[in-house]
Design a protein around this ligand. Structure first.
Ligand code: PCA
Length: 205
């Protein structure tokens, strides 16, 4: 059995709910394909999210890491293609406002996801769930943790796969927010389960 570290994020900015929390916690300790899942929720804080993620990676020594984030306003499930070496954006939940700052001073400009993102998108579409690869994870916390995991794998010459999937709002969040498209929790959960099945099947082939 392999280990998957699955992370979600706490709520942030104007989003009073983060649907990734519910998905991550419902999948905690479940088995999908060859993967036993360990779920964790990360803080929306530039100074501690990456460190927490690396602590969990060292603790669980996962074969793969999938981090989930909310992309409020997107209509589709979007596996991310690349993480870039920049922290920039709105203040985080602790009030840190970073601008044009490298995540890791000596790190690469960017890292491609090592998840089977094209196969994930195909599988989601085959199951009638709208999906596409995203070519930018932004420069906020989601990009930050994706970069941190991939940098770690590269630095340690680890075979650990890593990457990030952004999801749309849930109906629950959209009702509170008022101006963003949304999916049912059940469909979001189904989509993430499919992505994990694809990851597992990809490694068997
Ligand atoms: N989405 C934000 C940070 C936390 C989350 O769920 C992002 O896209 O960076």
């Amino acid at each position: 059995m392999k280990t998957l570290l699955l992370t979600g994020f706490e709520p942030f900015l104007q989003f009073t709910i983060n649907p990734t929390m519910k998905i991550a916690s419902e999948l905690h300790e479940q088995t999908i394909g060859e993967y036993q899942i360990q779920s964790k929720i990360l803080p929306v804080d530039f100074r501690i999210a990456g460190q927490q993620l690396l602590t969990y990676i060292e603790k669980y020594k996962p074969d793969a890491v999938i981090s989930l984030g909310l992309a409020g306003g997107r209509y589709k499930i979007t596996p991310e293609r690349i993480a870039i070496n920049i922290n920039d954006g709105e203040p985080d939940n602790s009030g840190n406002k970073l601008e044009d700052e490298p995540i890791i001073e000596t790190g690469a400009v960017g890292y491609f996801s090592t998840l089977p993102i094209r196969k994930m998108v195909h599988s989601l579409l085959d199951h009638q769930l709208p999906a596409e690869i995203s070519n930018s994870a932004g420069t906020y916390l989601c990009n930050h943790v994706m970069y941190q995991a991939l940098h770690y794998a590269q630095k340690e010459q680890s075979k650990m796969k890593a990457g990030f999937i952004h999801i749309p709002a849930s109906h629950e969040l959209a009702v509170q927010h008022g101006k963003i498209p949304s999916w049912s929790h059940e469909d979001l959960l189904k989509g993430i389960k499919l992505c994990i099945e694809v990851l597992s099947a990809d490694e068997r082939s």
